[in-house]
Design a protein around this ligand. Structure first.
Ligand code: FDA
Length: 400
């Protein structure tokens, strides 16, 4: 079999690359070992696919080279993808913070991509895998050994995604191919992932499982204001998923339980307005009673507030200042993360050093391309990872 381009991975970036190249008249084959197209798209966004973000820009991405993503993101923007969604009359809405979701189901996005691929003459073969890749200098093409037989192609695109959610078809093939052609890998770790906490912490907070609150969470110079969710194994919710991408084992994380107000001013006002009120009771006005009680009976706050029973007028001004600081910078140390089985993305991956940010072609091997999450480019939570997949897929599709 002979193709102009073979794309490994029928996920977000692979399909976008395929339909773009197919549109240009290229003979394209997409191979995937999974039994369905776009499995991660199907489960994304709680089944409604948060397919892009209105405010997507390079600052929303982590990479050893923060400039690498700029070119593709500017050449295929969130509005370009939105135009495709509108062309297919897929109903959508902005949920929050510019996050665009399907109104109905994620399969709308998969069906749209499949239809575009079909119209561009792209062949997609599922339950197909690749065992060997060789570049021939004589024919200037790749020879692939696959379960479909031997395939020759001029361009080979690696769109195999990251390691998260192994049950959805994730594999390390893309990283192995990168190494085979002399690319180095940036250390990989789960990103956008819940934290686990130690036994002592859990013994106290497990009863809050299911409780959420609006917070600012900070680690290693990054902060996010979103909600935190207590789980039976630790902490999750958008704020935690976001900060997890900046966290490394052993780092402490800081939480502001009362964002948007000056806590010290609030406490000083209470000295006038509710001098005899117990601290736990005034905190319950701002948070839920269960959360306020749990916070007041743990760690430094327990000592400072006599388990929440200390009346406001019994705090000296320095004590109130310390109390404000404790609520504003409530420190916790995650025991770890839930790992790849619950991570939305993989941080790190194929180093961008020897890859063109314009074409996504390897500078080590002509005709070889890496796109999407397999690269060392990881977005924040909120549709940014799909936008990267669309943008890198589109740009590479112009050159293969
Ligand atoms: P993707 O993972 O989409 O595709 C890779 C493909 O390669 C898969 O089809 C896989 O089967 C195939 N493959 C892998 N190894 C292979 C091998 N050895 N042989 C053949 N085929 C192979 N992002 C976002 O922006 N908004 C959201 O709402 C969500 N929600 C979300 C929820 C959950 C639960 C997860 C796990 C992830 C998200 N994401 C997300 C992240 C998003 O899904 C992810 O970043 C993109 O799908 C990455 O696109 P890629 O094309 O790079 O990989």
């Amino acid at each position: 079999m002979q193709y102009d381009a073979v794309i490994i991975g029928a996920g977000a970036s692979g399909l976008m690359c395929a339909l773009t190249a197919g549109d240009r008249g290229r003979k394209v084959l997409v191979i995937d070992h999974a039994n369905k197209i776009g499995k991660k798209i199907l489960i994304s966004g709680g089944g409604r696919c948060n397919y892009t973000n209105m405010y997507a820009e390079p600052a929303n991405y982590l990479s050893k080279n923060p400039h690498f993503c700029k070119s593709a993101l500017s050449r295929y923007t969130q509005w370009d993808f939105q135009a495709l969604v509108d062309k297919h009359n897929i109903p959508w809405h902005e949920k929050t913070l510019g996050q665009l979701f399907c109104n109905q189901q994620s399969s709308d996005i998969v069906e749209m991509l499949v239809e575009e691929c079909r119209n561009s003459g792209v062949a997609v073969r599922l339950k197909a895998s690749l065992s060997h890749v060789k570049w021939s200098e004589i024919s200037e093409s790749f020879l692939l050994e696959t379960t479909l037989g031997k395939i020759h192609c001029k361009s080979l695109v690696v769109a195999t995604g990251g390691l998260s959610f192994p049950t959805m078809g994730a594999s390390g093939l893309g990283y192995e191919l990168a190494e085979q052609f002399g690319h180095h890998l940036i250390e990989r770790q789960p990103g956008l992932v819940p934290f686990t906490m130690d036994k002592q912490w859990l013994a106290h907070f497990i009863e809050l499982s299911g409780v959420s609150a609006d917070v600012i969470v900070s680690c290693n110079g990054q902060s996010f204001r979103e909600s935190v969710l207590f789980t039976h194994r630790g902490l999750s919710g958008p704020a935690i998923l976001q900060i997890s991408s900046y966290w490394r084992a052993g780092n402490k994380v800081s939480m502001n339980w009362l964002p948007g107000i000056s806590i010290e001013e609030w406490l000083n006002e209470l000295r006038e307005s509710k001098p005899k009120a117990e601290f736990r009771s005034v905190l319950s006005d701002k948070l839920t009673r269960r959360l306020a009680t749990a916070l007041c009976t743990f760690g430094e706050l327990k000592k400072l507030t006599r388990s929440g029973s200390k009346p406001i007028n019994q705090f000296s001004p320095p004590e109130l200042k310390r109390l404000a600081e404790s609520l504003e910078s409530w420190i916790f140390m995650p025991a770890g993360t839930e790992g790849y089985k619950k991570a939305e993305v993989t941080l790190g991956g194929v180093a961008t050093d020897n890859i063109s940010s314009k074409t996504f072609e390897s500078q080590n091997q002509s005709g070889l391309y890496f796109i999407g999450e397999v690269l060392d480019v990881t977005g924040h939570l909120g549709g940014f990872n799909f936008q990267w997949a669309w943008a890198s897929g589109y740009c590479s599709g112009l050159y293969i």
